[in-house]
Design a protein around this ligand. Structure first.
Ligand code: ADP
Ligand code: MG
Length: 235
């Protein structure tokens, strides 16, 4: 049973934070204790997705050795907590990324699921979580540039000693001419789910509420609940 998942992509803006928030909320809705962690240290924005204003302690202070992770863990709703990152560049400067190792160890003991919202790209702060996680959930849109960058994330995960759980293909359209299974085959990973392009995703971001709560019947909500069921082995 995997506990720690890294939600990762090569390209930015493909739906990692959306996936982290909604997968986490769906897992909590199924009775699990879940924590979502904003490991996108340079471009933190998870807090905004869940209406959390992290004025106090954030992951940045924890990674700087100035606070314990419990002080940066905020309850969002029943069964779900978040560890936000700071949004000020100043706090970023004193961060020691290596400390993430101990943070993950501590959270692993307290929660059923730990979801790491990883930054895009190929930097150390991206690669480290790939190796710390039990499994990597790869996020990509069907766009060729996104898929190409996802291939790099696969390679990085291999080098970091990580395992890929599979691909979450986001923002898919019912065009029919794009072979979704083929994209996963090309990346040599299982296709976990396709998340359709869905206007309710944007609405939920503006509402500051996870989509699976904001509009549980929307197509993307259904897809995220299916993903949660699949990861716990019930779909
Ligand atoms: P990342 O964390 O990878 O940078 P986000 O989760 O912030 O990506 O999503 C980027 C943008 O795409 C946001 O504006 C979000 O609302 C939008 N988006 C994500 N998934 C979907 C979807 N299934 N349908 C429509 N818009 C989406
Ligand atoms: Mg993000």
């Amino acid at each position: 049973q995997e506990t720690v998942y890294a939600i990762a992509s090569g390209k930015g803006g493909v739906g990692k934070t959306t996936t982290t928030v909604n997968l986490g909320t769906a897992l909590a809705g199924a009775g699990n204790r879940v924590v979502i962690v904003d490991v996108d240290l340079g471009m933190a924005n998870l807090a905004g997705f869940v209406s959390l204003s992290p004025e106090d302690t954030t992951l940045h202070q924890v990674l700087a050795g100035e606070a314990d992770v419990t002080e940066a863990t905020y309850e969002l709703a029943d069964g779900i907590w978040a560890v936000p990152s700071g949004i000020e560049l100043d706090s970023y400067a004193s961060v020691k990324t290596e400390n993430l190792r101990d943070v993950v160890t501590e959270l692993r003991e307290q929660f059923d699921y730990v979801l790491l919202d990883v930054g895009a790209g190929v930097s150390h702060e991206t690669v480290l979580p790939l190796g710390l996680a039990d499994a990597v959930v790869l996020v990509s849109t069907p766009e060729p540039a996104s898929v190409q960058d996802a291939q790099k994330t696969c390679d990085l995960a291999d080098r970091a000693g990580g395992t890929i759980a599979g691909l979450v293909l986001t923002r898919t359209r019912p065009s029919g001419d794009i072979d979704h299974e083929g994209i996963a085959e090309k990346l040599d990973v299982p296709l976990l789910v396709t998340i359709p392009e869905d206007p309710t995703v944007r609405e939920s971001v503006y509402a500051g509420t996870p989509l699976v709560v904001h509009d549980p019947k929307s197509p993307a909500s259904r897809a995220y609940r299916y993903l949660a069921a699949r990861l716990v082995g019930e779909a």
